[in-house]
Design a binder for this molecule. Structure first.
Ligand code: ADP
Ligand code: ZN
Length: 636
């Protein structure tokens, strides 16, 4: 928010028009005096006072020898006397003038005068125009840069979007609880009197909280669509302008417009841009932001729901930084969580967006749902769109499963770069690394099942990947599941050590995550002897991945580090043992990956089972239950 900080200081920012006006006048005056001195000739000094003289007197003066220099123009004559006074004479058509001048030995010359029109044009109009042109140019540039600008100071007309959305609740999927929470608002907007007669207090403000792309804007529009009321929207970051007071006046405009057409919805996206807690910034307060926030609060406090029902819906993905004043009763006192969709939610969202494209009858949406853990609604919409583009490129009539899968992979791991040639050495490393992850995942109780292993390069960051299907709706993990995840993460690096006999840099992210998991077992979940039940780090906001606050002694920190290190090396040893015991299975996976570049979870399990049978080993393959879970969820 750099641009906000500019607002703190400066006369210039607060009084742009005044400054520009002063500047304009200075330029014009300079221009005028410049052109005045040019007017006439060099023999007439600009600061001598000019006296008017009748033509007849002028001729008398010449004859008496009182004139030393004369300059003749079309309609005027200027003359300088021997006493240096300057005379202005209206010219008379008099052919005898020159002979008289000659006789009196007066130095004379001609000059071209401008008439009053060109005088006006050159000295006033032109500079003003030039200046105005420059001003307009600068203003339009500023406007582009910051979505507002000089000429639009105080006016938000262009920035306020007003529409009557056609979107309904049917277009919003996977956020059923949030939908239920806002349903009441729809009913109220449809018939406010029904509630007002009873004296019911309807919330004025609703705060939608959730990660980006989960459908907060969509949900707000759907409320307006369902209630068939106008929807006024604005992003809070566009309230904030270069000039103090602009934001506040925009807020005023926004509410004025909405009240005129009430009942209505006012939607403010990214409310955190103005609603930041007043002492959260490193620089302390910010005039413009605070003014804007205060205006918003007073609008919300001020409007009388009985007369003009306007409901304000705001969205944020950072509720923890909001000023408490915003959350007080009568303001955004109702908060609705719009979270990332779960398995069933993802399938519903995919279905919503599949309506717009031609899709093959035999696509397996369950598989797509499983592969898209962690994606938000906007990502899923993107997957469908991308799949349609892929199918189009291949001139297909309908979108097929393979297109969908490819689209998912693209959005998960970046664009597939078939053209990028991985060298042989790299490919060998990646293949063993990924096989290591996959094997450990299948043999460790509590680990997530492998759904796919791939060594097709995707972008630069990920050379290969193993997709694990986490169990759905899992808000809680047991200790053995956390350890299992650590094992799986270590599997890649361990495989490099066992089979390549050298370690690459490719595992650094894995190690970082493994370290984090063990650390949080100690410091957050109370799962170690080091700190016992003592919580060392508080999570401020866990559903949105907020920061943690550390609160422990250096001595404790040392112990924690020691624990993490020991635990990591213990787990690593165990993983190495497993890999050595199953080296044949790894080799077979590697062969399959060389052939096909991608193998699915079933193939991984088949390879392991065959290896175990061939070597008379009792199976260590873990039963995974989530197949049943998913079936159950779908039946619901
Ligand atoms: P947010 O405001 O939470 O950042 P948006 O509402 O702007 O997210 O979502 C962008 C687009 O993604 C929507 O217009 C819609 O097409 C799609 N989308 C997001 N969430 C959902 C959802 N829950 N159901 C259907 N479509 C969704
Ligand atoms: Zn890895």
């Amino acid at each position: 928010m750099n641009k906000n900080e500019n607002n703190n200081n400066g006369f210039f920012n607060k009084n742009p028009i005044l400054i520009f006006a002063v500047f304009a006048i200075v330029i014009v005056v300079l221009f005028r005096s410049f052109s005045d001195s040019e007017f006439g000739s060099d023999m007439i000094s600009a600061n001598t006072q000019t006296k008017n003289l009748a033509y007849s007197d002028f001729k008398d003066y010449i004859k008496k020898g009182q004139i030393s220099q004369v300059a003749i123009a079309e309609t005027t004559i200027k003359a300088v006397g021997t006493d240096y006074s300057v005379y202005m004479i209206k010219r008379v058509n008099d052919p005898t003038l020159v002979p008289v001048l000659e006789e009196a030995k007066v130095q004379y010359t001609a000059f071209s005068e401008r008439n009053w029109l060109s005088d006006l044009l050159f000295s006033w109009v032109l500079p003003v125009f030039i200046f105005f042109g420059i001003w307009m140019f600068l203003a339009s540039r500023m406007q582009k840069n910051m979505g507002g600008g000089l000429l639009g100071v105080g006016s938000a007309k262009k920035l306020i979007n007003s529409e009557k959305p056609k979107v309904t609740f049917a277009d919003v999927a996977g956020v059923e609880e949030a939908k239920e929470e806002v349903e009441e608002i729809v009913d109220y907007l449809k018939d406010p009197d029904k509630y007002l007669r009873l004296g019911a207090k309807i919330p004025k403000g609703i705060l939608l909280v959730g990660p980006p792309g989960t459908g907060k804007t969509l949900l707000a529009r759907a409320v307006a669509g369902e209630a068939n009321v106008p929807f006024f929207s604005m992003s809070a970051s566009s309230f904030i302008e270069m000039f103090v007071g602009v934001g506040a006046s925009r807020v005023r405009d926004l509410f004025e417009n909405a009240k005129k057409e009430s009942p209505a919805i006012v939607f403010i996206d990214e409310i955190d841009a103005i609603g930041k807690s007043r002492n959260s910034g490193p620089m302390g307060g910010n005039d413009e932001r605070e003014q804007t926030l205060n205006q918003l609060l007073s609008e919300m406090d001020g409007f009388d729901a009985d007369k003009a029902p306007v409901i304000v819906i705001a969205a944020t993905n950072r509720p923890e930084i909001l000023d408490a004043a915003l959350l007080r009763p009568g303001r955004f006192d109702r908060q609705v969580l719009v979270d990332k969709p779960d398995f069933k939610g993802r399938i519903d969202i995919l279905k919503v967006h599949m309506k717009d494209v031609k899709i093959s009858d035999n696509v397996d949406l369950q598989e797509i749902g499983r592969l898209t853990t962690g994606l938000a609604g906007a990502d899923l919409q993107n997957v469908i769109n991308e799949a349609a583009l892929l199918a189009g490129r291949k001139s297909k009539k309908v979108v097929e499963q393979s297109d969908l899968i490819e689209a998912v992979e693209r959005s998960i791991a970046g664009l597939e770069k078939k053209s990028r040639r991985v060298n042989k050495k790299e490919k060998r490393i990646v293949t063993y690394h990924e096989s290591g992850h996959a094997l450990i995942a299948e043999l460790t109780k509590g680990a997530k099942r492998v759904s796919k292993v791939s060594v097709v390069p995707r972008g630069l960051a990920a050379l290969g990947y193993t997709l694990n299907t986490p169990e759905e709706n899992k808000f809680m993990m047991q200790k053995h599941e956390l350890i299992a995840e650590v094992d799986v993460l270590l599997g890649g690096r361990a495989a490099e050590e066992v089979f390549i006999k050298e370690i690459s840099t490719g595992a650094s992210n894995d190690l970082e995550r493994a370290t984090d998991i063990i650390k949080s077992m100690v410091s957050i979940y109370g799962m170690s002897d080091v700190a016992g039940l003592m919580v060392l780090e508080k999570q401020r906001n866990n559903f949105l991945g907020g920061q943690t606050i550390k609160d422990y002694s250096d001595k404790m920190a040392e112990k924690v580090d020691e624990f993490v290190k020991t635990m990591l090396s213990q787990r690593y040893e165990a993983v190495l043992d497993t890999l050595r015991a199953y080296s044949g299975a790894i080799e077979n996976m590697v062969l399959a990956l060389y052939d096909e570049e991608t193998i699915d979870g079933a193939k991984v399990r088949e390879i392991i089972r065959n290896y175990e049978e061939a070597n008379g080993l009792e199976t260590r393959l873990v039963e995974h239950e989530e197949d049943d879970d998913i079936k159950k969820q779908l039946e619901k």
